[in-house]
Each structure stands twice: as structure tokens, then as C-alpha cells.
Design a protein around this ligand. Structure first.
Ligand code: C2O
Length: 535
């Protein structure tokens, strides 16, 4: 194992896209930001220095940080923000993971432009459990707004409604030639005939589940969220914000130029966003004048694809990479996901949209929750988050007009060290059904079941996959349906859980778990680092 050091200088620089130029926050002058390369077992030190006029914090999405929430990154959850002129060193030991993850800003909407890839190579001398690729490429899917993102959010908060859609989707920060002024902002990947490539695909979009496909070429999915899967071949993948997917692609088509393309999956009754970002897969020595063809992408509302594709995702589950699914559950949790309307005297219409879990809208604290927990600071949070909704209702019945209001608070749920937890996330029809990609910090979990409609506690558990369910850190809860996950609470600390659609997080679709210390020092939260930012 080695020590890998990175310097991340956060600064504001001008960037041009779609015939507009605007200042954006970025790392080391790069958009997307630098790729972090580590090997399983390495110690990773990233010194983040803030030269921008914005508070910042960086989250290492999916990197397990055993006992060490201090380096997890969500602002006001595990740390106070790194203020202008300050720096903070994230100190991460990479354990038991290999594959693709990513890092992003975790404060306000700064992750719109502050993000990059994390590549975790297997230990020296350990091959991939699939054919060795000739080359590897990162594909980060994102979004671009012509307007300043911060201004846009402030406006949305004023109006009490959703901010406007992005102006483009992007592949490695580039929209591709179907957008204005974007010829030169097109990502291209050169391939040689008959060679196999590994694509590390990340959805860094702010508010969109995305389809991704390559014209003429199949993809073989081999890993999701830095966990190996049973390989399967598909024409398109579906990837929710926060998720990563590694695929093998063989350059086995007539040498030419082919579009890679990405477009949102949206099956909820919301304005459909069908902007298509493209990049180019270019066979060696084919001239740029050859016009590429577009791949067929599933229709924006192809819910069938959602279920069909997700059902193919299975843990590799070999002796070397076993799926350690908790078979016995110590704690059953059932959370409803709702979008509701609350009074807002200062908003334009007197009301504003708020989001909730079990009808509780999470209120961000003014100090880091992990500090409050570690130092026993009273009055910052309570640990009375309910395990079940207060009053059960027909969650996915006809559009609900009652039960829209939420209560608010910084309410956490306390989990005993090493206990096993089952959490059923149930979408509801409060205002409207919508798909929600849920991300749990601090843990991977197993997705043991999913379905349409209301979760049936009598019959649905019998259909769970407890053998080789996909293991991940972010899962899509289907529109008007439910998803059941299981995990072992073996990582003491305070861990955030939220919808990875930034607009929903902003509206309060979030909460946190406090995992208690175990009996020994080795099972307890580490002491905070000296340079931990203060509020
Ligand atoms: Cu990728 Cu809490 O986020």
C-alpha cells in the first residue's frame, strides 16, 4: 500500500459552453476536475485549499470511511465548510473496494461544476475478474446551465418552486455537436478495431436519471458503485445521479465514427427533458468528416426498461467477492418519500414545495452533526426520527390532497453498532410520484427488493433476492413504487442519507443516521483531525 497525495485548489474561472461564458467554481482549473487514482489499500490524502468566494466541502461519494466520518465531506453533517482562504486535508484509507467512484462538492449546488472521477485499482498483481481491457476511459455525465447556478437556486427558493432545467447535458463536461457552439466542445474517444475498452461511467448530473448508449455497440456491465457484478450485455444502461457503472465495449463494428449519447429517463408527470448530449467513439484513422450515427435510446418514460435493467444487476458473489447480505434483520425501517406544500409567508405564492421522509422535512444544522455527536453538544439534533410513518395511508393512491404538510426538524435515527438494518423506501403520491435516487453515506447496502405500488410487508419480503442482490451506495426508488435495502451498521459515526436529485435534497429530502460506537476503541469514531474546519 502506498500514500497518494493530491492538492485540490478550489478556484473560480471562466468557462464557455453553448455560446455563453461564465465564471464557475472548479478544482485546479479543470472542468470536470482531476481524476484521483488509488489502489485498494492505499492511504489517500487530498489537501483542499479554498481560493473561491464560496464555502466548500468535498464528498468522496461511495468511499467507505471506516470510523472516519471526518473525511466524508457533507457540509454541516460531518464537517463545517472550508471557508475562503482555508484548507483541509481529507485523509482516507481505501479498504475493501475497487472500481469507479467519484468526488463532488457537497454544499449548496456547487457540485454542478465541482466533480471528478475516483479510480480504485485492485491490489497490485490482482487482475479484474473479467477480460483485461486494452484501455480505460472515464465518462462523466453532467449538466450545464447558462445561468449562474447559485442565482438560479435563490430565485427558485423565492418563488417556492423548482429551479429551471439545465441548458445542456454533458459528457466529460462537453455537450457535443447537437448543441449550439459545441462542435469544439465534443468529447471523442479513439479506438482500434477488435480491441476491448473499459468505460467508467458516472452520473454527476444534478437532477436527472440518464440513459447512455453507443451507436452500433453493445456494452457489458461488469461493475456498479465499485462492486463487481455478474456480467451482462445490454444496448443501453440506466444510471441515476450518484451511481457509477463500468462497462466493457469491444470495437467490433465496421471502422467509422459512432455517437455515444445520453438523455434523461423521466417517467413522472413533470416537464420532459429530452436534451441529448453526445460524444464520439472514433475508430483509428477514420477522418473527422465522416458523419456519426446516433444510438437508439429508450423512450424518456420507459419504466419497463427501469425494472428490466435493474433486475439484471446482480453481485458477482464468488468466494473471492462474496455478497454478505444480512439474512437476519435487527431493525426494520419504513420511510415514505413525499413532496408536499407548506406555507411560506415570504414566498411569491405564499406556499413553497418541501420534501420529506415520513412527513419530516430535514433542517440543516448550523454546526456539523458529527462534531455535535462526538463532543456531546446538546440542542443540535434529536434522535427521534420515526421508524415508520406516523399514520399509514394509501401511499400511491389517487393524487393525494391531504397529508401534504410536513413537520420539520433535525431529527436523526440511532442505530446500534453492528446491527443489521432493513430500510424500505416508499415513494408516495404527495403532489406527484417521481423516481428518487437515494444515497447512503458511510455504507454500501444490498438492494434486496423493489416493486410498483405500495410495499406489502406480508408478501413482498418472500420475493427478496438474498443471494446475489446488487450492492451499491445509491439506488433508484421507482416512480410510485418501493425499494428495500439491507446493510450492517458497522461504521460508527453520523451518516447522511438523501435523494441525489439536488432539487429534492434542497427541499428537505434527507436525514441522517447516528451509528453508535461499539464496545472497543477499534469500534469507535476516530478523534477529529487538527485541521477540521470550524463553523
Ligand atoms: Cu454524492 Cu451526499 O452525495
Amino acid at each position: 500500500a502506498a500514500m497518494k497525495k493530491y492538492d485540490f485548489n478550489v478556484q473560480v474561472k471562466n468557462v464557455s459552453r453553448l455560446c455563453h461564458s461564465k465564471p464557475i467554481v472548479m478544482v485546479n482549473g479543470m472542468f470536470p476536475g482531476p481524476t484521483v487514482f488509488v489502489r485498494e489499500g492505499d492511504q489517500l490524502l487530498v489537501k483542499v485549499s479554498n481560493f473561491a468566494q464560496y464555502n466548500i466541502s468535498i464528498h468522496w461519494h461511495g468511499l467507505k470511511q471506516f470510523r472516519n466520518g471526518w473525511s466524508d465531506g457533507p457540509a454541516y453533517i460531518t464537517q463545517c465548510p472550508i471557508q475562503t482562504g482555508q484548507s483541509y486535508t481529507y485523509n482516507i484509507t481505501v479498504m475493501g473496494q475497487r472500481g469507479t467512484l467519484w468526488w463532488h462538492a457537497h454544499i449548496s449546488w456547487l457540485r454542478a461544476t465541482v466533480y471528478g472521477t475516483i479510480v480504485i485499482m485492485p491490489k497490485e498483481g490482482t487482475p479484474y475478474p473479467f477480460p483485461q481491457p486494452y484501455q480505460e476511459t472515464n465518462i462523466i455525465l453532467g449538466e450545464w446551465w447558462n445561468q449562474d447556478v447559485e442565482t438560479m437556486i435563490n430565485q427558485a427558493n423565492q418563488l417556492g418552486q423548482a429551479p429551471q432545467l439545465s441548458d445542456a447535458h454533458t459528457i466529460n463536461g462537453k455537450p457535443g455537436p447537437l448543441f449550439p457552439c459545441s462542435e469544439k466542445y465534443t468529447f471523442a474517444m479513439e479506438v482500434e478495431s477488435s480491441k476491448t475498452y473499459l468505460l467508467r461511467i458516472i452520473n454527476a448530473a444534478i437532477d436527472d436519471d440518464l440513459f447512455f448508449a453507443i451507436a452500433g455497440h453493445n456494452m457489458t456491465v461488469v461493475e456498479i458503485d465499485a462492486v463487481y457484478t455478474k456480467p451482462f450485455t445490454t444496448e443501453a444502461i440506466l444510471i441515476a445521479p450518484g451511481q457509477t457503472t463500468n462497462v466493457l465495449v469491444k470495437a467490433d463494428q465496421p471502422p467509422s465514427r459512432y455517437f455515444m449519447a445520453t438523455r434523461p429517463f423521466m417517467d413522472a408527470p413533470v416537464p420532459v427533458d429530452n436534451k441529448t448530449a453526445t460524444a464520439i467513439l472514433q475508430y483509428k484513422s477514420i477522418p473527422n468528416t465522416v458523419l456519426p450515427s446516433l444510438p437508439l435510446l429508450p423512450a424518456p418514460n420507459d419504466t419497463k426498461f427501469f425494472f428490466n435493467y435493474n433486475s439484471k444487476l446482480k453481485s458477482l458473489n464468488t468466494p473471492q467477492f462474496p455478497a454478505k447480505v444480512p439474512l437476519k434483520v435487527d431493525r426494520h425501517l419504513f420511510y415514505t418519500i413525499g413532496l408536499g406544500i407548506n406555507p411560506c409567508p415570504t414566498c411569491q405564492n405564499g406556499t413553497k414545495i418541501e420534501a420529506s421522509l415520513n412527513n419530516i422535512t430535514f433542517v440543516m444544522p448550523k454546526v456539523g452533526l458529527l462534531q455535535a455527536h462526538y463532543f456531546n453538544i446538546p440542542g443540535i439534533f434529536t434522535t427521534d426520527f420515526p421508524d415508520q410513518p406516523q399514520a399509514p395511508f394509501n401511499y400511491t393512491g389517487a393524487p393525494l390532497t391531504t397529508n401534504l404538510a410536513t413537520t420539520s426538524g433535525t431529527r436523526l435515527s440511532k442505530l446500534a453498532f453492528n446491527s443489521t438494518v432493513e430500510l424500505v423506501l416508499q415513494d408516495t403520491n404527495l403532489i406527484s410520484v417521481e423516481s428518487h435516487p437515494f444515497h447512503l453515506h458511510g455504507f454500501n447496502f444490498f438492494v434486496v427488493g423493489t416493486g410498483i405500488g405500495n410495499f406489502d410487508p406480508k408478501n413482498d419480503p418472500a420475493k427478496y433476492n438474498l443471494v446475489d442482490p446488487p450492492e451499491r451506495n445509491t439506488v433508484g426508488v421507482p416512480t410510485g413504487g418501493w425499494t428495500a435495502i439491507r446493510f450492517r451498521a458497522d461504521n460508527p459515526g453520523v451518516w447522511f442519507m438523501h435523494c441525489h436529485l439536488e432539487v429534492h435534497t434542497m427541499w428537505g429530502l434527507k436525514m441522517a443516521f447516528v451509528v453508535e460506537n461499539g464496545k472497543t476503541a477499534e469500534e469507535s469514531v476516530l478523534p477529529p483531525p487538527q485541521d477540521l474546519p470550524l463553523c
